[in-house]
Design a protein around this ligand. Structure first.
Ligand SMILES: [Zn+2]
Length: 222
C-alpha cells in the first residue's frame, strides 16, 4: 500500500475554462493558461478572470527566449494647467497625455530600484510590440496581486510626471484600468537576461525565481 503523502500538499491548479494544468509556483497568485490563453487570479479562495495577453518575440529574435509575467493597465492621465500656466505645468500636461499604458513586473526582483524594473521602463517608453491573445507561450505565474500592481502602476505614472513638475501644485486626474496579465519575452543568456526592446540586462541573481521560471518554460519546450 502506498504511504500517505506527508508535508505540504501539492495542489495542481487547472484552468477554469479548459482544465489544462496551469504553470504555478508556490508563491504565485495569478496564472496564464498556455492552452487557451485565459488569465486567472486567486482571490477570496476562488479564481477570478483576468484579461490575458502576450507579446510576440521580436522579428529577428536571437537566442533562447524566456517569457516573464507582467501586470498591465490602461492609463488615462491628465493635468489641467492653471490659468497663468507656467512652462513646467504645460510640459507636465504634455507628459501626462503621453501615458497610454503601464506595466509592473509580476516576478520577484531583488532590489528593483537598484537593478532596474523593466515594467517601469516599459511604462516610460511604451514599446511598439505586437500584442497577441489566446493559445501561446507558457509563462510563470505572477507573484504579486493585480491590485498591488495597480497601485505601483499609479506610482510609476505619478513619479514620471512629478519629474517634470511638482505634482503637489498640479490639478491631476489619473485613472488606472483593471489588471491585465501579460507575458513578455526576453532573452535568456544563462547568467543574465536581456530585454529585446530596451537592451537592458538583469543578472540571474537579481531574479528570485529564475530556476522556477526556467522550469515553467522548459516544460513548454519538452
Ligand atoms: Zn485554459
Amino acid at each position: 500500500m502506498a504511504a500517505e503523502a506527508r508535508g505540504p500538499r501539492v495542489v495542481v491548479l487547472r484552468c477554469k475554462a479548459c482544465r489544462a494544468e496551469l504553470p504555478a509556483a508556490s508563491n504565485d497568485v495569478a496564472f496564464r493558461c498556455p492552452n487557451c490563453g485565459r488569465g486567472w487570479e486567486i482571490e477570496a479562495g476562488g479564481f477570478i478572470d483576468r484579461p490575458c495577453f502576450y507579446v510576440a518575440p521580436p522579428a529577428a529574435a536571437s537566442g533562447p527566449l524566456l517569457y516573464l509575467p507582467y501586470w498591465s493597465f490602461t492609463v488615462a492621465a491628465s493635468v489641467t494647467p492653471s490659468v497663468m500656466a507656467e512652462a513646467d505645468e504645460l510640459s507636465a500636461r504634455d507628459k501626462a497625455a503621453r501615458f497610454e499604458r503601464a506595466w509592473v513586473s509580476a516576478y520577484a526582483i531583488h532590489r528593483p530600484t537598484y537593478v532596474g524594473e523593466w515594467g517601469l521602463a516599459y511604462t516610460r517608453i511604451n514599446p511598439k510590440w505586437e500584442v497577441r491573445s489566446g493559445r501561446g507561450p507558457e509563462a510563470p505565474g505572477a507573484s504579486i496581486s493585480g491590485i498591488d500592481a495597480q497601485n505601483i502602476a499609479g506610482h510609476y505614472v505619478l513619479g514620471a510626471i512629478d519629474r517634470t513638475a511638482d505634482i503637489g501644485d498640479l490639478d491631476l486626474d489619473l485613472e488606472i484600468g483593471n489588471p491585465e496579465l501579460w507575458a513578455i519575452p526576453c532573452y535568456d543568456l544563462g547568467d543574465k537576461i536581456r530585454c529585446p526592446w530596451t537592451r537592458a540586462e538583469l543578472s540571474a541573481a537579481a531574479l528570485d525565481d529564475l530556476s522556477e521560471i526556467r522550469r515553467a518554460s522548459e516544460r513548454r519546450e519538452a
